[in-house]
Design a protein around this ligand. Structure first.
Ligand SMILES: CC(C)(COP(=O)(O)OP(=O)(O)OC[C@H]1O[C@@H](n2cnc3c(N)ncnc32)[C@H](O)[C@@H]1OP(=O)(O)O)[C@@H](O)C(=O)NCCC(=O)NCCS
Length: 169
């Protein structure tokens, strides 16, 4: 299988914040943002693998800034690293200022998707070849994040998480 560039999975999802999607403070409800990020990440994983993809885990979410009613929100997703059957998707969330049009980073998240066949069994995905400095740094850290996610899920022994342990030595 030929390796792909992260840019080939780049996905942009832009939408408004409507009243039915807000909390009592008139800011975007966290679950709505999670759903938007999941949708963008799913498209990104599909573009990389050209397979059915399922969410295996949400590795990290930072709700750094609230997003007010009426905002234009852009969710950008890109595969940061692929492994055998799984892909890490990095998601950046931007809010656009109504008057200036300037974008401010509001949140970010990291999801893991797995490519599966029609019966739900994991299948191999193409390798990835990072190009930019940001893509390379996200690629380098992805193995540690995978190990942490597997340890927390009880699917890997901490003693086997070699790259993760190296962070603390
Ligand atoms: C995700 C799923 C396909 C994994 O199946 P599995 O039997 O655990 O398969 P495997 O053990 O072979 O794991 C497949 C890959 O997922 C990775 N993986 C599994 N759980 C993970 C987790 N919590 N964090 C990170 N990666 C994970 C494995 O490391 C493996 O990656 P690799 O092949 O690239 O090395 C299966 O658990 C599933 O179908 N879950 C439900 C998915 C779903 O419905 N999502 C929507 C939620 S509503």
């Amino acid at each position: 299988m030929q390796a792909k560039f992260p840019s080939e999975s780049f996905t942009i999802l832009t939408d408004l914040v409507l009243p039915s999607e807000t909390n009592p403070l008139n800011n975007l409800f966290g679950g709505e943002l999670l759903a938007r990020m999941d949708r963008a990440a799913s498209i990104s994983a599909r573009r990389h693998s050209r397979r059915i993809t399922v969410t295996a885990s949400v590795n990290h979410v930072a709700f750094n800034k609230s997003i007010p009613l009426g905002s234009v929100v852009t969710v950008e997703a890109k595969v940061s690293r692929s492994f055998r059957t799984s892909m890490e998707i990095f998601i950046d969330v931007w809010v656009e200022d109504r008057e200036s049009g300037n974008r401010t980073k509001a949140n970010e998240a990291i999801y893991t998707f797995v490519a599966v066949d029609e019966t739900g069994h994991p299948v191999e995905v193409p390798a990835i070849d990072p190009q930019t400095d940001e893509e390379k740094s996200r690629f380098d850290a992805a193995l540690r994040r995978k190990q942490l996610s597997l340890v927390l899920a009880g699917k890997m022994k901490p003693s086997d998480a070699t790259e993760l342990k190296a962070l603390f030595l």
